[in-house]
Design a binder for this molecule. Structure first.
Ligand code: MN
Length: 234
């Protein structure tokens, strides 16, 4: 792509960066959309103790999450056609071969969801969601069992999800940082709850015992948020 096409694509017309034919630098301030920023964590790193330890939360949020965001912003500079899209459009439009964008847009979005689905104060699901879970999975206990099975069954790194697909609850999983909203994802639906089963999410406290981490997850699920998301979709 030549400079003129590049500038047109990212809407830099009039920025004067070609004056004198000098080198061109991508400038976020010239775009309508700012680079992606981390969502604030709605609680302290220590707040989910003893279920999720503070050191894991600190490294997960400050290092891993930040790295996805930094690399997402770099990937957008390298793919300026995405520069004016919000994260949901990027997830929908990214191609499976656009690895940097796929992995880091997913990494950014999946973690932004994950933080808000956790809470130091466990709340029960809404009556409407509880009824739907019982109708779909037989009981709350059986739902947790099936979700745990999906989470334990992810080979390597990935996520287990509770999604709403055509108003129906489903448990699915995705590899790496894929999200069911990506057009090429085999798992379909809109996530209303998800569990990060990358080793970075649990290894400091639970080492190889992923099922122990999955079990403890239920103590810190923010069902208020999950229920609110559910009622928008079903
Ligand atoms: Mn993670």
């Amino acid at each position: 792509m030549d400079k003129r096409t590049f500038i047109k694509d990212i809407g830099l017309i009039g920025a004067g960066v070609l004056v004198g034919g000098k080198s061109f630098a991508f400038k976020w301030e010239n775009l309508s959309m700012a680079p992606f920023q981390p969502d604030p964590l709605p609680y302290d790193f220590t707040a989910l103790e003893p279920h999720i330890d503070a050191e894991t939360m600190h490294i997960h949020y400050s290092k891993h999450y930040q790295a996805y965001i930094d690399n997402l912003n770099k990937a957008i500079v390298a793919n300026p056609a995405y520069a004016k899209q919000d994260i949901l459009s990027i997830l929908k439009n990214v191609k499976p071969t656009e690895s940097a964008l796929r992995n880091n847009a997913g990494g950014y979005y999946n973690h932004s969801l994950f933080w808000k689905w956790l809470s130091p104060k466990a709340t029960p699901p809404s009556e409407k969601l509880q009824k739907a879970i019982v109708a779909q999975f037989g009981s709350m206990g059986n739902f947790k069992k099936e979700f745990a099975k999906a989470a334990a069954g992810v080979f390597g790194s990935g996520w287990a999800w509770l999604v709403v697909d055509n108003k129906q609850l489903k448990i699915v999983s995705t590899p790496n940082q894929d999200n069911p909203l990506m057009s090429f994802s085999e798992a379909k639906g809109t996530p209303i709850l998800g569990l990060d089963v990358w080793e970075h999410a649990y290894y400091l406290k639970h080492q190889n015992k992923r099922p122990e981490y999955i079990e403890t997850f239920w103590n810190v699920v923010n069902w208020d948020v999950v229920s609110a998301d559910y009622s928008k979709l079903a």
